[in-house]
Unconditional design. Structure first.
Length: 80
């Protein structure tokens, strides 16, 4: 059961990451903001999955990327 969750969860996170990159690169302000949120969610999800497979370096990297994504969202949201 957990193996299926990890296997399919990684693919879902990959799709979310690709979608977030697409949104962040948009010229529309609202799309960029949604991209920042989706980036944060996908990176945080990645960190949670990596906890189960004991790859702590990836957990740290995903948490840093989560912070950057949400920080970018709030800076752009307040800058408007």
């Amino acid at each position: 059961m957990i193996e299926n969750f990890l296997m399919y969860g990684q693919w879902v996170i990959l799709i979310l990451s690709i979608m977030s990159l697409y949104l962040v690169s948009s010229v529309h302000h609202e799309s960029r903001l949604n991209g920042y949120i989706l980036t944060g969610v996908s990176r945080f999800s990645g960190a949670v999955i990596f906890i189960f497979v004991d790859l702590f370096a990836f957990v740290i990297a995903n948490l840093i990327q989560t912070y950057i994504a949400f920080n970018g969202y709030y800076k752009n949201k307040n800058h408007r």
